[in-house]
Design a protein around this ligand. Structure first.
Ligand SMILES: N[C@@H](CCC(=O)N[C@@H](CSCc1ccc([N+](=O)[O-])cc1)C(=O)NCC(=O)O)C(=O)O
Length: 216
């Protein structure tokens, strides 16, 4: 019995790999762990059966034997702890890699999601023109700080880790904002992640789901 994740039956991101099952697919591909996918509709996500897995009625979830997990960060950490390839074996380096996972989710993702949601849902508001620059600046501050820490290295702290995997998936949300163009080193870092064979396999798998749904 393979681990089973849940993903959108028809992703609103239209196969661009922005939905958060992408992180879990990528982590499973990096460690070479085959997996099954249960596709769920928006309606099914909110139904009691799915909420036993995910209290907030969302995807992804992860089931393996009698374990059921939600939260993409927790799922990626679970995979990284049980398979080599995503976390260093040396204790301090391992802790630093996990710190970068939290930094991606707690420091970079909030301003990036806030900007993305505003650009998606607030354009018609009277205060949009005033609020947008403030949201952009909050992201620019973090991109500048990340750029200085990365300092031309390939990955955040030595070899590629789950910290980079989470950071790249968070930074990819900026793809339509134009902000990545202002930080060519960060854009190159994201491209390095996207060029990994495991990323490509994960991306193609989630795209195939959207393409199949679009044909039906
Ligand atoms: N913190 C949770 C957040 C999970 C989450 O946001 N899930 C979203 C899908 S990924 C977020 C997402 C959605 C769409 C795009 N997009 O580009 O269209 C990008 C990301 C979901 O189930 N939404 C349905 C709902 O809440 O009713 C995690 O990291 O797992």
């Amino acid at each position: 019995m393979l681990p089973t994740i849940t993903a959108f039956e028809r992703s609103p991101d239209r196969g661009k790999g922005q939905a958060r099952d992408m992180r879990v697919r990528w982590a499973l591909e990096e460690v070479g762990q085959p997996y099954d996918v249960r596709l769920v509709s928006f309606g099914a996500m909110k139904a009691p059966a799915h909420r036993t897995l995910h209290p907030f009625g969302q995807i992804p979830t992860y089931e393996d034997g009698d374990l059921a997990l939600f939260e993409s960060g927790a799922i990626v950490l679970h995979i990284a702890e049980r398979h080599p390839g995503l976390l260093p074996t040396e204790a301090n380096a391992r802790s630093r890699a996990i710190a970068w996972m939290f930094a991606a989710l707690s420091t970079l993702e909030p301003p990036i999601v806030e900007l993305g949601m505003a650009m998606l849902f607030e354009r018609d508001k009277s205060w949009y023109a005033e609020r947008l620059p403030m949201l952009q600046e909050r992201v620019r501050i973090r991109l500048g700080e990340l750029s200085r820490r990365l300092g031309g290295a390939d990955w955040l702290d030595g070899a590629f880790s789950a910290g980079d995997l989470m950071m790249v998936t968070v930074l990819r949300r900026l793809n339509t904002s134009g902000l990545l163009d202002e930080y060519p080193d960060i854009a190159a870092y994201v491209a390095r992640g996207e060029a990994r064979p495991a990323f490509r396999r994960a991306f193609e798998a989630q795209l195939a789901v959207f393409q199949a749904a679009s044909r039906s």
